[in-house]
Ligand binder design. Structure first.
Ligand code: FAD
Ligand code: NAP
Length: 313
């Protein structure tokens, strides 16, 4: 086993919150270590155009995250490809175990583990995951050239995924449980103007239909939300885009959470219920869940960690 890595500030997560915390903690001369986790760059690496990052009328999500990583590194943040598997919150310094076997010992921790796609929980969804069922259009859309596919959901992600998938698919059916989308109006306009997309209102996914050999999707059974009537639609792919849940596995038994698992922070602060542990971004934000708000919270967390360490010394 390698020697423990000692740091004043350990940042867990490499989305906008984590990298921004890295920039600010580095500039405060705290020599932070940032552990990237299984998805370096976070959720924005799973999308294409980002049109609401200030300063860029349009930027590709993965490019923006490469730039954020380079910025944090240039300021002096040490960035490590590893996954934190547990944190001992019982005493300071906090001791974290990791997937690589390295132990990280930190005087303060900034949690920026973000959020992950939610699934419907249907057995058939589980069976065909990776074989026609996906939660990432940018990752898997290319496989559906000239095919008919379905997207489930009515938020920004569902509408963006449906629009993106029209680059490949011959037809996209957007299945939503209401007749009103939650997505921003600008995205709705684009959706309704796109002739390849057909919305199917008041329907839910009941079952994914498919073959066993080879394993693959052939269609979906959808159910009317009022009448319960079902019908089958032939599709080759199903993209589930029903929202995201906070990635709270490391902390849910220790830190206070609310609203479906979001870590509670003090008002106007990133302080959690454990002194020296700060939470930023989608892990704590059930309301806005945007790149720019996550980055803002990453900044707050680093400034608060600096103040905490100065007072503790
Ligand atoms: P995330 O980006 O979720 O990153 C979390 C990080 O934590 C990841 O790097 C992960 O590897 C790491 N991590 C998790 N667990 C561990 C662990 N145990 N150890 C170490 N690291 C760990 N927002 C916008 O403002 N504009 C957009 O156009 C936009 N488009 C979007 C498109 C899609 C498809 C999606 C899914 C989201 C989009 N969002 C958009 C929302 C935006 O991506 C999020 O609000 C933002 O990424 C949250 O940032 P974050 O830093 O909190 O966490
Ligand atoms: P979301 O806004 O929570 O929307 C989830 C959608 O899925 C809703 O329409 C919801 O229906 C539907 N849904 C939820 N559970 C369902 C179920 N069990 N069965 C059927 N439908 C279900 O999630 P999101 O679209 O992933 O967005 C998450 C956050 O990221 C948001 O803050 C969003 O603004 C942000 N984001 C931003 C952009 C951008 O700025 N361009 C792009 C993507 C994401 P109801 O509407 O009926 O509740």
């Amino acid at each position: 086993m390698s020697d423990p890595r000692r740091t004043k500030v350990l940042i867990i997560g490499s989305g906008p919150a984590g990298y921004t915390a890295g920039v600010y903690a580095s500039r405060a001369m705290l020599n932070p270590i940032l552990v990237q986790g299984i998805e370096p760059g976070g959720q924005l690496t799973t999308t294409t155009e980002v049109e609401n990052w200030p300063g860029d009328t349009e930027v590709q999500g993965p490019d923006l995250m490469v730039r954020m990583e380079a910025h944090a590194k240039a300021m002096g943040c040490e960035i490590i490809g590893d996954i934190i598997t547990s944190i001992d919150f019982s005493k300071r310094p906090f001791v974290c175990q990791s997937d690589s076997g390295t132990e990280y010992v930190a005087d303060a921790i900034i949690l920026a583990t973000g959020a992950r796609a939610k699934w419907l929980g249907l057995p058939s969804e589980e069976k065909f995951k990776g074989f026609g069922v996906s939660a990432c259009a940018t990752c898997d859309g290319f496989f559906y050239r000239g095919q008919e596919i379905a997207v489930i959901g009515g938020g920004n992600t569902a509408v963006e995924e449906a629009l993106f998938l029209t680059n490949f698919a011959s037809k996209v059916t957007l299945i939503h449980r209401r007749d009103e989308l939650r997505a921003e109006k600008i995205l709705q306009d684009r959706l309704f103007k796109n002739e390849k997309i057909e919305p199917l209102w008041f329907h839910e996914l009941d079952e994914v239909l498919g073959d066993d050999t080879p394993l693959g999707v052939t269609g979906i059974r959808v159910k009317h939300t009022d009448t319960g009537e079902t019908r089958d639609i032939p599709v080759k792919g199903v993209f589930v885009a029903i929202g995201h849940a906070p990635a709270n596995e490391l902390v849910k038994d220790v830190l206070e959470t609310h609203m479906g698992g979001y870590v509670v922070t003090k008002p106007d602060s990133t302080e959690t219920s454990v002194p020296g542990v700060f939470a930023a971004g989608d892990l704590t934000d059930h309301k806005y869940r945007q790149a720019v708000t996550s980055a803002g919270m990453g900044c707050m967390a680093a400034l608060e960690a600096e103040r905490f360490l100065a007072e503790a010394d």
